[in-house]
Design a protein around this ligand. Structure first.
Ligand code: AMP
Length: 425
């Protein structure tokens, strides 16, 4: 299968060639034809599958097919949950539209709105935006969504996790007339399906290759370790292995900051990236990580979404995510584009339930090792920590029972949902 056989126009094919892509990824092969036919599409795909090109390429094709309008109203809107993802999608739009007569812009919060307003005033065909800034500028009269022909909701699941449902509904009301709607989501909860039902008309459903295929090519390992020894262990792994580019995941912003400081004290250059950091600080951290001046990037799940860092050799879960699907997103950062990578998880007793849930989701057992000097605490409780709970480490409730929560019950799903809100990065 080639991009040409999908029916994309010559200027778009040229841009794809310039990017160096030979063949469409599975989600591209499945999503591009129905989008070109003008259909609404509901796609199940996560970052790393090539989903951005999956909606951008046919969107550009359709927009460039119709004659350009005199005063360039916004004809396509791409809504993303995070600033990083918005910037990333915009960069893709720019690259793929290089040989087309289309203008695009990106807007998000946390930075001065003036340059964004000035760009929009000159007329843009495609707007990539996060919900807050979009609604802000619309209410100021700086932009209108009345002429939007194509609407893309990217990472819809993350949108809901971040509490953007009301904002999405407000945005929908601002668009008028007939429209093609595309929705991308990595997971499909009841809420996502409800949202899809309200946005999409008779959608074609497409799916990326099952996540497990990606998971299987990544070398995964668990180190069982006492909670208090995790920092020592991670520093040892990075130093002994002389790893140069490591992405480390933390559940909380506070934890990310703390770990980052300890790394720096140990002589390892590190930066943290999470929702409390200014846009400038995030951009700087990411640039340092990409150019090699920052060895370790410590990120929360939400902040890591949309980061385009190809071919990472090492991903470390300093803490396991309490939502199993996030584990798949995290480790998907390594072993991209067929290159092999390593995903290591440091697991303390209270994360046992999370580990079981993850193994169930990916349908495989992860190899477990223990490193001398960094053994797990045999007296630690296996009860998962609840959000906001700061439990004494050696409480040891299940001490001798050997009992494990299999994560198999409805309870576990309920807990997962309850824990979701604590995970905002
Ligand atoms: P995405 O899932 O959109 O974040 O894309 C993940 C990565 O795959 C990005 O670095 C893209 O540039 C890259 N990519 C997208 N489509 C292709 C393709 N057909 N062939 C090779 N790489 C691609």
């Amino acid at each position: 299968m080639s991009f040409k056989s999908l029916g994309l126009s010559e200027p778009i094919l040229r841009a794809i060639e310039k990017k160096g892509y030979d063949t469409p990824s599975p989600i591209q092969a499945k999503a591009i034809p129905p989008v070109l036919e003008g259909k609404d599409v509901l796609a199940s795909a996560q970052t790393g599958t090539g989903k951005t090109a999956g909606f951008t390429l046919p969107m550009l094709h359709l927009l460039s097919e119709n004659p350009k309008q005199k005063y360039r109203p916004i004809r396509a809107l791409v809504l993303t949950p995070t600033r990083e993802l918005a910037a990333q999608v915009y960069a893709n739009v720019k690259e793929y539209s290089e040989f087309l007569n289309l203008r695009s812009a990106v807007i998000f919060g946390g930075v001065n709105q003036k340059p964004q307003v000035a760009t929009i005033r000159q007329g843009v065909d495609i707007l990539v935006a996060t919900p807050g800034r979009l609604l802000d500028l619309e209410s100021q009269g700086a932009l209108s969504l009345k002429r939007v022909e194509i609407f893309v909701l990217d990472e819809a699941d993350r949108m809901l996790d971040m509490g953007f449902l009301r904002d999405i509904e407000r945005v929908m009301k601002l668009m008028q007339g007939k429209r093609q709607n595309l929705m991308f989501s990595a997971t499909f909860s009841k809420d996502i399906k409800k949202l899809a039902y309200s946005i999409l008309n008779n959608p074609v459903q497409v799916e990326a290759t099952p996540e497990n295929t990606a998971v299987e090519i990544i070398e995964q390992k668990v180190y069982r370790v006492a909670k208090g020894k995790k920092t020592g262990l991670i520093i040892k792994l990075i130093s002994d292995g002389n790893w140069k580019q490591v992405l480390v995941f933390n559940r909380t912003k506070h934890g990310a900051n703390k770990l980052c400081k300890k790394m720096i004290s140990a002589g390892i250059s590190a930066a943290a990236i999470h929702g409390n950091k200014s846009q400038g600080a995030r951009t700087k951290a990411l640039a340092g990580f990409k150019n090699g001046s920052v060895r370790v990037l410590v990120a929360t799940d939400i902040a890591a979404r949309g980061l385009d860092i190809p071919l990472l050799p090492h991903v470390i879960n300093f803490e396991l995510p309490n939502i199993s699907e996030d584990y798949v997103h995290r480790i998907g950062r390594t072993g991209r584009a067929g290159a092999s990578g390593e995903a290591i998880s440091l697991v303390s007793a209270d994360e046992t339930t999370y580990l079981r849930d993850i193994e169930k989701l990916i349908d495989m057992k992860i190899d477990v090792e223990v490193i001398e000097g960094f053994e797990p605490d045999p007296n630690a409780s296996r009860e998962p920590i609840k959000p906001g709970q700061n439990r004494n480490r050696s409480q040891g409730r299940n001490r001798n029972s050997g009992q494990r929560n299999s994560g198999n019950s409805k309870n576990s799903n309920r807990n997962r949902n309850r824990r979701r809100n604590d995970n905002r990065g």
